[in-house]
Design a protein around this ligand. Structure first.
Ligand code: AMP
Ligand code: MG
Length: 320
């Protein structure tokens, strides 16, 4: 009897891990410095799932700031650097979004991130002169993309941490669709893309974490063919002299963001844009962020405000 139970458990585990022939088929890997899970609901195509995970890992190698062989590291080492067409396109898009968000989103914040990491290690806030020196390297205007050639001003360093997961999820979704999949969830450490709908045609339900209690949800949204991306300071940040500072920095002041928002979740058909906008809106604060989202077609948001209110834009379909 005990053996039968063990076999049943093993069979259930194999099904859960995608080892049996029935959908859903799911795989999890530590990639992009986080837990990434891709689940196919209408397909048992193991090869498609494998190529999706492989593509995510390959994109990470290209856009990681810490991988010495990445395009980003090549650009950060200085001079005019030839990058892949995909990297050039992502950099050009990112630089455009700096202008469109009045500098709230900026891929040149690497020196600032390094500064605040050092401040945490030394448990001491940075002095004004050091902060200013790092801030002097920040600004989209300090990067030139000419075809596939990228040049940064001296000292300016790229960090795609606020857009890479979004872009990679878009590419993973396109790969799954090209492979015939019409129902899947891509979860790159909370950057979610719903590919199509559930197999029965109803929307996927995605929970949005409560920034003050990440084990609980503030709401659940119903989405079809949509990215759902959240930025907030509840999971990552710097602890310095017993105070908590956001890992999202205001590129205009060099300081960690501290405003009337606890988190911003963006719903958009483009995961790249959702990633850019969640970071940008978090920097902008509620009023400017709400105005920006209002100006963009097919884009919605869930704002969790510091006073505890949860504000959703008109297009958000919540599930009760
Ligand atoms: P996200 O979690 O998508 O909001 O991205 C946050 C990450 O992007 C940080 O850990 C930094 O690496 C980088 N970053 C911080 N502030 C900004 C900013 N204002 N614009 C663009 N990237 C940023
Ligand atoms: Mg982002």
């Amino acid at each position: 009897m005990k053996r039968l139970l063990t076999l049943c458990l093993l069979a259930a585990l194999l099904c859960f891990c995608g080892g049996c022939t029935g959908a859903p088929l799911s795989r999890t890997a530590m990639l992009l410095d986080t837990t990434c899970t891709v689940t196919l609901y209408d397909s048992t195509d193991e090869a498609l799932l494998t190529s999706c995970m492989t593509a995510i890992a390959a994109d990470e190698q290209c856009w990681s700031r810490t991988d010495p062989n990445s395009d980003v590291s090549a650009v950060n080492s200085g001079g005019a650097v030839t990058v892949s067409e995909d990297t050039a396109a992502l950099l050009a898009t990112s630089l455009e979004w700096s202008t469109r968000t009045d500098g709230a989103f900026d891929i040149t914040t690497a020196a600032l991130t390094a500064l605040w990491q050092t401040a945490e290690e030394q448990n001491r806030l940075p002095d004004n002169a050091t902060l200013q020196k790092a801030l002097d390297t920040v600004g989209a205007g300090k990067v030139t993309v000419d075809g596939n050639t990228v040049t940064c001003e001296d000292g300016t360093q790229l960090d795609l941490g606020a857009v890479a997961k979004g872009a990679i999820a878009d590419r993973a979704a396109a790969l799954l669709k090209d492979g015939g999949c019409r129902s899947a969830l891509i979860d790159l450490g909370g950057n979610i893309v719903a590919v199509g709908s559930k197999p029965d045609g109803t929307p996927f339900h995605i929970g949005i974490a409560d920034p003050q209690n990440p084990d609980a949800l503030v709401t659940t949204v119903a989405v079809t063919d949509m990215a759902v991306v959240t930025s907030g300071s509840y999971e990552r940040g710097y602890k310095i002299a017993d105070a908590w500072y956001s890992h999202i920095l205001d590129p205009r002041t060099g300081h960690p963001v501290s405003n009337d928002l606890l988190s911003v979740t963006i719903l958009s058909p483009s995961s790249t844009e959702a990633d850019v906008l969640s970071t940008a809106c978090f920097v902008l604060g509620y009023n400017a962020a709400a105005a920006l989202i209002d100006s963009l077609p097919d884009t919605d948001a869930v704002f969790v405000l510091a006073d505890g209110r949860v504000v959703t834009t008109d297009g958000v379909q919540t599930v009760f």
